[in-house]
Design a protein around this ligand. Sequence first.
Ligand SMILES: [Zn+2]
Length: 447
Amino acid sequence: MSQATKKTAPTFEKMEKIVSLAKRRGFVFQSSEIYGGLNSCYDYGPMGILLKNNVKQAWWKAVVQERDDICGLDSSILMHPQVWIASGHVDSFTDPLVDCKKCKQRFRADHVEGPACPECGGELTEARQFNLMFKTFMGPVEDSTAVVHLRPETAQGIFVNFKNVQTVSRKKVPFGIAQIGKAFRNEITPGKFTFRTREFEMMEIEYFVHPEQAKERHQMWLEERKNWYIRLGIKPENLRLRQHGRDELAHYADDCYDVEYNFPWGWSELEGIANRTDYDLKAHEKVSGKDLKYFDEEKNEHYVPYVIEPSAGVDRSSLAFLADAFEEDETPTAKGGVEVRTVLRFSNALAPFKAAILPLSKKEPLTATAEKLYQDLRKEFFCDYDDRGSIGKRYRRQDEVGTPYCITVDFETANDNAVTVRDRDSLQQERISIDGLKSKLRDMLSK
Ligand SMILES: [Zn+2]
């Protein structure tokens, strides 16, 4: 008992601190906050959108820009109703649900222990299957023929475009299609801040391979994707791969691994990497009546490729990068006490601001020099300009949003045409000439 208490307290505390920082510094706000919020919906503030965009850009760079075998796509959220029948989502994309007869709350049957309602102890109904897709109507008439779904995954937009993309790109199998976009799942129990939400953004690759190569390519993608998180700053000890048990596999998957992150509340999925076999392409062939086979000219062979799918959550990976970057330093003060410094140690690629320009005073000639430097640097890097408060307070603000470099324009600058550059992590300060600053920053930020 005491062990559990010891373990829970700091965990709870760390998550509380991250959530509080996220709001205070403009990473994440509750959606529709002035109306009391909407359950499990969140908005990304000025810092959050920069972080999230950087995560998406880093993914796109790694999987599309730097590879020969993957092209991009942006398919629509609303799709032909037959898509979700063919894909199996209408029949099988369900969770077992129980209702409490007394307080009317709903729970996932597999999350409830015992026969009684966990909230009020009331009697529960028999479990029934609840489809997780959001429904809406297309056009002015609200009848069953007008029903469309908000996509629960971006993958189907890729499968139905398999022939289009393969034809125009003339890629040979193995090749992949990558897409970033919003998806929607009417989860019965969302929760844990931005980790599980009903509206979320995905980064998905469908990688088409010859059936005989599927196992080998699946292993390759496991390593590839795990390393991506590490390259972007996640501590290796906080990442692991976990293979799904047979009972956990989605209706389309033959084998699946999760890349899991050790969140303050425990290990949770960042990305699923599944072998979807030829399930989807064959299903769309059958329902659409269109030929979705690939023709291998060298072997003179027609076949439906297997698909390896690395499917990552933008919101949950952004949260993992934020949690992993969060640290509290203790530094001794001049008066013999200890000062706690909150710092986000983002990798340079993910840091919202790359540098902050801080004139030591609001007087000339400092302001003019600082302004000019800011206008020049911001053309290449996202920068902040802050002339409010003591320099110590300004450093704290930048540390709390993870800015790698603070550039101070001081009274010496007019004489030596140089500025002081402070490193967020080492706290080392270096005098650097303004003339060489941009290329020096470019070098430092490329690491
Ligand atoms: Zn109840």
